[in-house]
Every structure is written in C-alpha cells, then in structure tokens.
Design a binder for this molecule. Structure first.
Ligand code: GFB
Length: 310
C-alpha cells in the first residue's frame, strides 16, 4: 500500500477504528479522512454516497457498528440488527459506487454456530443454529460478509471480511450495562478495590470460555491482510488460546489488586459455551499476535485509570 493512499476508517472513534487509525498513522499513512457522527451519519445512505463521491477513498475499512456485550445484544435485538444492516449496507454500497480499490469488512466470531467445533474453522459458517443472545448482531454480520462476497462475485470487487475474536484495549466501552466482559470486570474490580468492598459480582456461572485479543494486535492483523489477502473467503483473527470467565475474573482481580470474593449472578446468561477461533489460515500467511493477555489487561487498566476512572 502506498503511504499516500486515501484510507477511510468508518467508525474511527470506536475501540477497533481508533486502534486502526493509530496503527496506520504509526506506519506513516497520513491521508485518512475523518468525520464525526455529527458530520456524517453512516446509516444515512445519501449522505454516505455524497461523502464517498467527494472524498473518493482508495481503501475502506468498515469498523463502524453498533456493538455491545451479552446483555446489550440480548436486550436490543432490533437496534443490533437494523443499525448494523443500515451502516454496513450504505458504506459497502457507496464504496462500490465510488470504485474503491479494496474494502475490509469487520465481522465477528459470533457469526459461527453456538456449538461449532473448537477451535472454530472458517468453514463452520452457516453450519448450525446461532447463539440466541447475539443472534441479531450475528445475522447482520453474516449479511455483511455475504454482501462483500456478492460484490466480489458479481463485480470483481476486492472486498475482504475478517472475523476477530473477543477484543479489548484502549477506547473500550466501560459502561457496566453495555460493555463486554473484560472491560466490565476491570471496572468492577477497580470500583470494588476503591470502595474496599469484600465482593465482586460476576455474571453467569464463570464456566464459559472466551478468547481475548488486544485491539492493537487486531489492527496489525488488518493492515497485514490489506497488504497480503485478496480473497472473498472469510478469515479468522485470534490469539490462539482461550480461558474461562472465572480465570479471567481472577486474572483481572490480580492485575487491579482486588483480593475479595467473586460472587456469581446466575440470573445473567452465560451465552455461548466456548468461542475459540482456529487461526491456522492467518498464521500460515505469516502473521502472529504479540500482546499476551496479562500484559494487555495491565495496559488497558492503565488506560482506564487515566481516561475513565474518576
Ligand atoms: O463479553 P460478553 O458480554 O459477550 O460476555 P459474549 C462474555 C461472558 O462473560 C458471558 C460473562 O458468559 C457473560 O455472562 N460475564 C461475567 C460478563 N461478568 C460479566 C459482566 O460484568 N459483563 C459482561 N458483559 N459479561 C459477545 C456478543 O458475546 O461477543 C457480541 O454479545 C460480540 O455480539 C462479542 O460478538 C464478541 O462473548 O458472550
């Protein structure tokens, strides 16, 4: 990729988009048009078409999405389905109309069936029923993948789709109602420690297993794939190992320095029992992640202390 090529990162304020912009800037890319939500509503098809017509980016990364943890996904299926369809449809279609050279669509590991073989290979897509707590989000992401593949087949577009595992890092959402587990537990452990509380409430049974990837590693994988991967077939991005939610809670308490009890809230859902991606395909191309979980959690806690904690 030429360092002067114009690259539009849709969703550049979010966890993923901001990491992508940081990484691109570090690599010397400087032609990165940015629009705040107040300047451009990505769900507004006409506005997005006008923006693409004016800016004519060479490369587009679709990192804009309505995202959230298990509770938000479960409580707001309409918003997770409709907002994501609107955003991705308008951005992908406008990118095609404007003749972009390449597009990267951000999928999610929740597109795979609830009881997929572990680790989950890319071929598991559409081989079984989805996990109900995030079915709406998964269906929207699957529609995005299929739209990219359709543009590739019908028009020869170079639209690729990547499937990241559960992500964390700077700019994560730390709101306890809508966040994912890692950010939620960091906040809960920090607040429990500050209050000198004896207990920390963790949702579910603690038995589900999840794989966590630092968002800086994700950004590095995406840049790598923009350079090296030109297939419409989906490709997984993960760390390669998973841990149970109980182990994650213990690790976070250790990093934060909270030594009270973990209490399990069985009224909250566990979600999918296990979600570990098979990353053989990505590793075979020559990419590997670099940030181990404990190091990434410590760095994210540092970010939380500087940017979120009051
Ligand atoms: O990260 P998370 O919200 O979503 O929850 P998913 C992962 C696991 O952590 C679940 C448990 O078993 C939760 O019950 N958990 C324990 C908690 N304590 C907490 C807590 O305080 N907050 C939260 N949020 N969870 C998401 C999907 O599924 O995965 C999204 O909903 C997306 O669509 C994302 O695909 C990658 O990993 O279950």
């Amino acid at each position: 990729m030429d360092k002067s090529e114009k690259i539009f990162v849709a969703g550049h304020h979010g966890l993923v988009g901001s990491a992508l912009v940081r990484r691109l800037e570090q690599e010397g890319f400087h032609n990165l048009p940015k629009r705040d939500r107040s300047q451009l509503d990505l769900a507004d098809e006409r506005a997005v078409h006008n923006f693409f017509g004016e800016e004519k980016p060479a490369i587009v990364i679709v990192a804009a999405a309505r995202v959230g943890g298990i509770k938000a996904n479960n409580d707001y299926p309409v918003e997770f389905l409709l907002d994501n369809l609107r955003i991705q449809n308008s951005v992908i279609y406008a990118a095609h109309k404007a003749g972009v050279r390449k597009l990267l669509f951000m999928g999610s590991s929740c597109i795979y069936p609830k009881f997929a073989p572990q680790p989950i290979p890319e071929t598991a897509l559409l081989n079984g029923p989805l996990e109900p707590t995030n079915e709406a989000y998964a269906i929207a992401k699957i529609a995005g993948i299929k739209l990219c593949q359709a543009f590739s087949r019908e028009y020869g577009a170079n639209f690729i789709s990547v499937m990241p595992t559960n992500l964390y890092g700077p700019n994560d959402n730390f709101d306890l109602e809508t966040s994912h587990v890692l950010a939620a537990l960091l906040r809960k452990a920090h607040e429990a420690k500050s209050r000198k509380a004896r207990e920390l409430v963790v949702w579910g049974s603690g038995k589900p297993r999840r794989e966590f990837l630092h968002v800086t590693d994700l950004a590095s994988a995406c840049l790598f794939l923009l350079e090296k991967y030109d297939s419409p077939e989906i490709i997984n991005i993960g760390w390669g190992e998973d841990i149970s939610i109980r182990e994650l809670a213990e690790l976070i308490c250790d990093v934060v320095g909270f030594d009270g009890e973990l209490v399990w809230d069985a009224t909250k859902p566990d979600g999918t029992p296990r979600k570990l991606l098979d990353t053989t395909k990505l590793r075979a191309l020559g990419w590997q992640p670099t940030i181990p979980l404990r190091q990434g959690v410590a760095q994210t806690y540092d970010w939380f202390l500087k940017n979120v904690a009051g």
